[in-house]
Ligand binder design. Structure first.
Ligand code: SF4
Length: 737
């Protein structure tokens, strides 16, 4: 029996407690930690990837410099020196915005990176900042900023106490919960149904979550905002709008009523594909439930009306008095309060403070929409992006119209990737800077404790010491920040260096200790007495449960006079676009096809596909479609089909199922490996189809700028089986053969 080490899994948002058995440097097993106060033993198949990732021979362990078609290992000093010089040169020649940065999703699972990204970004001084946010939850953040005054103040479904859960475009049985951290979400949803509650899933697919639901409604991709507007219409019409304790500080009820006035259930039924009677029933049940919560995720946010949908989700909760109420949509009170911390630093968010150079897309939270990245690189002119730094990201697979981005990257003047792997994106870099593996660093969920269904805290020490000479992400970021500040005026540079020096000295643990001490449960500077600090947290290896979510409004609002803006003008104006879309609809497009994405349990975006155990037995990833659509096009089960959109085409095997709505086809996202030069031995053997060769950088939510990854118009036709490769995939795979 080896030694047991307890830590939190940082691979997805669920924060499962793990018990890892170790003998010396060898990881023997990974199991769910039954004593974990939050997840109580839950674990999913992905957890084993932590071990695979750590021992993966493909993982890069020292800085790499590209030399012709090959790579060579170099020292950290040389790498930082050359990168600093090259970036300075590009900035001097082309201006500060000529250097862009892309931040990938793993950063939010890494508290060291989160706490040091700010000085790094400030040192870069570029307005060309991009991240995975604008292909995901940006609409929810925009709604939070405009309604509650802080982009991170996101309501979370109080799943354990609700009686009625209305879920749009979410599939937590595969994703394990998103913007709703809940270890063991399946168990929690089963409990909801077992105690007589209702789970209503609205989705173009009958997903595993929908199978568990008390009711499933098919909905046309991209029409969630119509559905929600109709729910609100019915609530107003049937006099079910009661704000209860929210009443004194909510502004804009009459304006909201005006916004939804044209969207009766009868008017939108054809557009959304849900019968008016069913919409009215949902509104009635929601409005009369003791406690109800409405929640939307990727399917509702990553689409052309994502901003409106995110806003209307909040509006449904507010007008029924279900915001900030047990069993409704609640806010956390995290032990290390990132919301308050960032607010104190002056970073509550921001919207439309500047626009992208080429298309004039609006900034949000200091970033531009990811859909603009490729055009900022490949469109000549003043301010053109000439260099890119990626931090834990793989935009070549995760950006709409990824082929365009790939072409732009192939011609970029200079590129640096901070990454564990030479992935499909990093293969274009001139330098790759590899951080330590997740098991070599300590862990605290700064972001996901903020999105959890219960208040809690847990610290995980590093399992293995970092190898000699290895650097953590935060050390790389601070070192780069240091090298990039050289061009600043002397005083600004001195201040930045002083701050970076303090951050270096404190490290993530020191900063976390301060956040805990001065947070809502903290002990402050008292040497004796109660209260939380890092020392106390470390002594609780299974974490500390800080209780169920509790009402915090209006105190936690960051708006003027602590008012909640139910109908922010910047969002409400976008209702014009919704009205216009309904006017144009009139039943057209009945035979057109819309593409949506899906997540699968053994996958996590693009970055776990080199895990031997997760990929074992992986079958070709199929395109799912309804038998009626297949019949119309002469497509049979298992046949190879070509899917085309404005941006490209891919081939995949067809899988016919009645679990998808007619008019909708579906591919998993995160795939498309097998690119020449990528060092991903396992993933390259099972490349899959890249859905983002079909998604379109011009198809986006005009309001928020979020990518429209769902509801993309496509055409479909069968292709000759003889053209198909043995794994059912065509295209880039050939590069490796
Ligand atoms: S559900 Fe998420 S956090 Fe839990 S074990 Fe799986 S990947 Fe890790």
């Amino acid at each position: 029996m080896g030694k047991i080490h307890y830590r939190t899994c940082n691979l997805c948002e669920a924060m499962c407690g793990l018990a890892l058995e170790v003998e010396g440097e060898r990881l023997i097993s990974i199991r769910g930690d039954a004593g974990d106060v939050f997840s109580q033993g839950h674990i999913c198949p992905k957890a084993v990837a932590l071990g695979d990732l750590h021992s993966d021979p493909d993982r890069i362990r020292s800085p790499q410099r590209r030399v012709g078609d090959g790579w060579e290992a170099i020292s950290w000093d040389d790498a930082f020196h050359e990168i600093g010089e090259r970036i300075a040169e590009i900035r001097t020649t082309y201006g500060r915005d000529s250097v862009a940065v892309y931040l990938g999703n793993p950063n939010v699972h890494n508290y060291g990176s989160l706490l040091t990204l700010l000085p790094f970004l400030e040192a870069l001084e570029t307005r060309n900042r991009f991240s995975a946010t604008s292909a995901d939850q940006l609409p929810q953040m925009l709604a939070a900023y405009l309604m509650f005054g802080h982009q991170l103040l996101l309501p979370v479904p109080d799943v354990d106490r609700t009686d009625y859960f209305l879920m749009l475009g979410a599939n937590p049985l595969e994703s394990n919960g998103s913007l709703m951290s809940a270890g063991g979400i399946k168990r929690r949803l089963e409990h909801l149904v077992a105690r007589g509650g209702q789970l209503v899933v609205v989705d173009p697919r009958r997903t595993r979550t929908a199978e568990l639901a008390t009711r499933h409604l098919f909905i046309r991709p991209g029409s969630d905002a119509f559905f929600l507007a109709a729910i609100l219409f019915a609530l107003f019409e049937e006099d079910r709008v009661h704000l209860h304790r929210l009443e004194p500080f909510v502004q804009g009820v009459a304006e909201l009523r005006g916004c939804v006035a044209l969207f009766s259930p009868e008017a939108v039924a054809g557009r959304v594909g849900v019968p008016a009677k069913a919409i009215r029933q949902v509104a009635r049940d929601f409005g009369t439930a003791r406690a109800a919560v409405c929640y939307g995720r990727m399917g509702a946010s990553a689409q052309e009306f994502g901003g409106l949908a995110a806003w209307l989700v909040n509006a449904v909760n507010i007008v029924t008095g279900n915001l900030d109420r047990p069993g409704g949509a609640m806010f956390t009170t995290p032990a290390a309060d990132l919301v308050e911390f960032t607010a104190r630093l002056g970073h509550r968010g921001g919207f439309a403070r500047w626009r992208s150079r080429v298309r004039g897309l609006r900034e949000f939270g200091g970033e531009l929409p990811l859909s603009a990245l490729a055009e900022e690189m490949d469109t000549p002119g003043q301010g053109q992006v000439r260099a890119l730094i990626t931090v834990a990201g793989n935009p070549v697979l995760s950006t709409p119209n990824s082929k365009r981005l790939e072409r732009a990257l192939a011609r970029i003047d200079f590129m640096v990737s901070i990454d564990l792997y030479r992935n499909e994106t990093a293969r274009h870099a001139h330098f790759i800077l590899p951080p330590t593996s997740p098991l070599e660093r300590s862990h605290y969920d700064l972001v996901f404790q903020m999105l959890a269904v219960r208040n809690g805290a847990k610290y995980s020490p590093a399992l293995f010491p970092p190898p000699e000479g290895a650097l953590h992400d935060w050390q790389i970021l601070l070192e780069l920040a240091e090298r990039l500040t050289t061009s600043r005026p002397p005083l600004a540079r001195a201040v930045a260096m002083l701050r970076n020096g303090v951050l270096q000295w404190l490290g993530p643990e020191g900063i976390l200790d301060l956040l805990l001490r001065f947070g809502p449960y903290g002990r402050g500077v008292r040497p004796l007495g109660g209260g939380l600090d890092l020392g106390r947290l470390k002594s609780q290896v299974h974490g500390i449960d800080l209780g169920p979510l509790r009402p915090v409004l209006p105190g936690r609002l960051y708006t003027r006079n602590k008012q909640l803006f139910l109908c922010p003008p910047a969002i409400a104006m976008d209702m014009r676009r919704l009205r216009e879309s309904m006017r144009k609809w009139e039943g057209n497009g009945a035979h057109s096809l819309r593409l949506i994405g899906r997540r699968e349990l053994r996958s996590n975006n693009t970055w776990l596909h080199n895990s031997q155990r997760l990929l074992r037995g992986q079958r070709p990833l199929r395109l799912t479609l309804h038998p009626s659509d297949a019949k119309l096009r002469g497509i049979e089960e298992g046949q190879s089909v070509e899917v085309c959109s404005r941006t490209g085409k891919v081939e995949a095997l067809a899988s016919l199922t009645e679990a998808i709505m007619p008019g909708v086809v579906c591919l998993p996202f995160g795939w498309g490996h097998g690119k020449k030069g990528a060092r991903l031995g396992v993933a390259n053997k099972c490349p899959g189809v890249n859905i983002n060769e079909l998604t379109d950088e011009l198809f986006l939510d005009d309001l928020s700028g979020n990518a429209g990854l769902n509801g993309v118009p496509v055409t479909l036709h069968p292709v000759d089986l003889a053209n198909l490769s043995p794994d059912g995939i065509s295209g880039e795979t050939d590069e490796l053969r």
